[in-house]
Design a binder for this molecule. Structure first.
Ligand code: SAH
Ligand code: DHB
Ligand code: MG
Length: 216
């Protein structure tokens, strides 16, 4: 079904396909969002009228291109990546997409970069996409809220993991990381959240969608 709807809706163009081949040619893992998930991110950014977007976990820049294409002319996307090799591949694909003026790839462990970002109201993000190491998801969510405003949208990838996340006794560090974030989601009154489960080329997984409902 994913392939059928990808084709039907022309989900990918030459630029996105070339970002994927560049990623593969450089030996990066094939774990970016699927084409239809990329389109979902794009539509959510449009619906939210996002002008400033933060992404945590760049890889080869595939989701960054989807998100940045939703920005208005003066919009900006900042994406954080720990691996300089991934960042290099991403920068090249972002340039090929004609988005180098809008997108900055910043290299370093996200938990070192996030505390250095400005917190003035004018610098807040309208949308944050969390997609780096799952172990730090709770901390990423906390930073996402701190760097947001009322009405911002926070999205986190890989929160279902074939259903493994339901197992409170799982010893998988990724599952434990998502469940730690979920404790915050459940208790933080500033957030209204839901989960969209997805099934397709990446198997059974899902996104958290959380709206910041009061000023952080
Ligand atoms: N959002 C991308 C996929 C990201 S995969 C897409 O859909 O196209 C996860 C990325 O997070 C990898 O590139 C990995 O190197 C990066 N990452 C892992 N730990 C990190 C950390 N502590 N800080 C920043 N990036 C990290
Ligand atoms: C995998 C998928 C992801 O979307 C991700 O962010 C990390 C890992 C995976 O399929 O292994
Ligand atoms: Mg992911």
């Amino acid at each position: 079904m994913d392939r059928y709807y990808e084709d039907l809706l022309h989900s990918e163009d030459e630029i996105l396909r070339s970002a994927l081949s560049a990623s593969r040619a450089a030996g990066l893992p094939d774990i970016q969002v699927s084409p239809l998930q990329g389109r979902l991110l794009h539509l959510l950014a449009k619906l939210n009228g996002a002008r400033r977007i933060l992404e945590i976990g760049t890889l080869g820049g595939y989701s960054a291109i989807w998100l940045a294409r939703a920005l208005p002319p003066a919009g900006r996307l900042l994406t954080l990546e720990i691996d300089p090799r991934h960042a290099e591949v991403a920068r090249a694909s972002i340039a090929r997409a004609g988005l180098e003026g809008k997108v900055e790839v910043r290299v370093g462990p996200a938990l070192e970069t996030l505390p250095r970002l400005p917190t003035e109201p004018s610098e807040r993000f309208d949308l944050v996409f969390i997609d780096a190491d799952k172990v730090s998801y709770r901390e990423y969510l906390e930073w996402a809220v701190r760097l947001s405003r009322k009405g911002s949208l926070i999205i986190a990838d890989n929160v279902v993991r074939r259903g493994d996340v339901v197992e409170g006794t799982s010893t998988d560090a990724n599952v434990q990381g998502v469940r730690r974030m979920n404790e915050t989601l459940a208790t933080d009154a500033r957030l209204a959240a839901t989960v969209i489960q997805t099934v397709g080329v990446k198997g059974h997984d899902g996104f958290v969608l959380a709206v910041v409902v009061s000023d952080p």
